[in-house]
Design a protein around this ligand. Structure first.
Ligand code: HGY
Ligand code: MN
Ligand code: MN
Length: 413
């Protein structure tokens, strides 16, 4: 490696990851660290302590986003921002989001080791509630920061227990003072595990992400009528759960039909009322999610999804109301950052592949504010949002070193 190129400290990075995985441990190897839970609060406190020990100033904004800045020579210049999220899914893994935040911290620690000062500062960010598992929508903190979601709407969002985001933030001490979006970034580079099997199966250790799969969530309200499970003749029933069943099966068939061209469909959440033995459903709420690498084919997929919903309503003799949920993807990341990553990877002698993200990330919202791109590192068989999520540190170090050297090059340009 050329003399001026830097390397992270593998032992320290691994130790930091292992210590973070002790907070919210679930099913032994996984994590349950839902956004704004007590576990999320403890992980945030640990990250803030680490950042301060590394000489960073720390600010918290109104939605709990954490900004840990290592100052540069010229404080008038906006920093190079790194980071991701520390919250997890309910049966989450130890690396989704966390690897990106802690690789950002490792960049700071490595610069400290070498006594290197950069022209622009380096800022490591922890975005609030990327997963949207407890409070919907996903990427709440980064979208509120980018004004894609109002502060009031975000703070008023409730979880299944009725607690609001504002109450939960106050409860863990992260209802910050800094106004949303008041900070400027020179650029944003997010390192994240791929959460799909391409890099792992291709034995490639670095993905340079140029954009995302077009993604749409829909919230379906399926209305029928309840009745006696025994006495009601089949022909008289308007069972909302049957309507949901027809939608779920048809949606999966569409996903299978588009799978070869990189389409995906998923039914992610169902709520049914009364949901009791002896009777059947008068109301079902269903959340579905579909994605495609090609925006044009996405539109064809959407037409098929709409037709399937209409057919299910007819067949089950129920009404189905469709509300648009969150959507993202396709936004190309900034060519100047993509080129920086490619040039730096070449200097480091790192093979890489250009790719699109199948998952949503905070980088999508931040790409509307500053030149942005992502680095993917492999995870075992692409497993994620599952406690079996796993990485091989030696296959993650190339991405971490790419992040380090690209961030320094960008900060000193
Ligand atoms: O659904 C997503 O892609 C994100 O991980 N929440
Ligand atoms: Mn993530
Ligand atoms: Mn995730």
């Amino acid at each position: 490696m050329a003399a001026n190129l830097l390397e992270v400290n593998p032992e320290r990075l691994w130790d930091t990851l292992e210590r973070s995985a002790e907070i919210g441990r679930f099913r032994d190897v996984g994590l349950r660290r839902l956004a704004l839970s007590a576990e999320d609060g403890r992980m945030r406190d640990l990250f803030v302590a680490w950042a301060r020990q590394a000489g960073c100033t720390v600010e918290i904004d109104r939605i709990g986003n954490i900004f840990a800045r290592r100052p540069g020579r010229d404080a008038s210049l906006p920093p190079v921002a790194l980071g991701s999220h520390l919250d997890t899914q309910i049966c989450g893994g130890r690396y989704d989001g966390i690897l990106g935040v802690l690789c950002g911290l490792e960049v700071v620690r490595t610069l400290n080791d070498r006594g290197l000062e950069t022209k622009r500062g380096i800022e490591v960010i922890c975005w609030t509630n990327e997963e949207g598992a407890r409070f919907s929508p996903p990427m709440m903190g980064s979208m509120a920061f980018a004004q894609k979601l109002t502060e009031a709407a975000a703070l008023a969002t409730t979880d299944d227990s009725g607690m609001t985001v504002g109450e939960a933030l106050a409860g863990i001490g992260y209802l910050g003072a800094a106004p949303l979006g008041a900070r400027r970034f020179d650029s944003y580079i997010e390192l994240h595990i791929e959460q799909a099997p391409v890099l792992d199966h291709d034995r490639c250790d670095v993905g340079i992400v140029v954009g995302g799969y077009k993604t749409q969530a829909l919230r379906l309200t399926i209305a029928g009528d309840t009745g006696h499970a025994g006495g009601t003749p089949m022909a008289m029933r308007r069972n909302a759960l049957v309507g949901a069943g027809y939608v779920i099966a048809a949606l999966n068939d569409i996903g299978l039909a588009y799978a070869a061209e990189e389409g995906r469909t998923t039914t992610t959440r169902i709520e049914s009322f009364p949901n009791l033995p002896g009777t059947y459903a008068e109301l079902v709420k269903l959340t579905i999610d579909f994605r495609h690498i090609d925006p044009k084919r996405f539109d064809a997929m959407r037409a098929d999804v709409d037709a399937a919903i209409a057919a299910a309503a007819k067949k089950a003799n129920v009404e189905i109301e469709v509300a648009e949920g969150w959507s993202w993807g396709t936004d190309l990341f900034a060519l100047e950052i993509i080129d920086l990553l490619k040039t730096t990877a070449d200097e480091l002698g790192l093979p890489y592949r250009e790719m699109r993200s199948q998952a949503g990330h905070d980088a999508y919202a931040i790409a509307t504010l500053a030149p942005t791109a992502m680095i993917f590192t492999p995870c075992a068989d692409g497993i994620s949002h599952n406690v079996k999520e796993d990485i091989d540190l030696t296959r993650s170090l190339p991405g971490a070193n790419l992040l380090l050297n690209a961030a320094v090059a960008r900060a000193n340009r």
